[in-house]
Design a binder for this molecule. Sequence first.
Ligand SMILES: [Zn+2]
Ligand SMILES: [Zn+2]
Length: 124
Amino acid sequence: MFFIGIFGIQNKTEPIASEAAVICPVCERYGRYEILKSYYYFHIFFIPVWRWNKRYYIQTHCCSRICELDQETGSKIEAGQSVFVEKEHIRCMDRTAAPLCHSCSAQLDPSFTYCPYCGSQLNR
Ligand SMILES: [Zn+2]
Ligand SMILES: [Zn+2]
């Protein structure tokens, strides 16, 4: 994030849906997951002016993974459709390549600036 006077660019990650009692597409166990939306926005006086680089993620609670969800599936879920997330809709990073939260050790996407599990700010 950088900040110049009253203008700035920020990255925001917010949950758009959560599913309980579903088969996790990552570990294939009965679990729980949330769908997150991440985007960058340009703001003036804290008012978002435009957004870009929208990406969707699935955050699982059973196996503590965050995987990227494809745009099509993500936008359907955001529109309120009930979509069953399958393995082919997600792209998981290698566990060793992904950064870990320094405070709760959850696996994170490199683009995140805050840990969605515990809310702590990530050092970069
Ligand atoms: Zn799982
Ligand atoms: Zn954390």
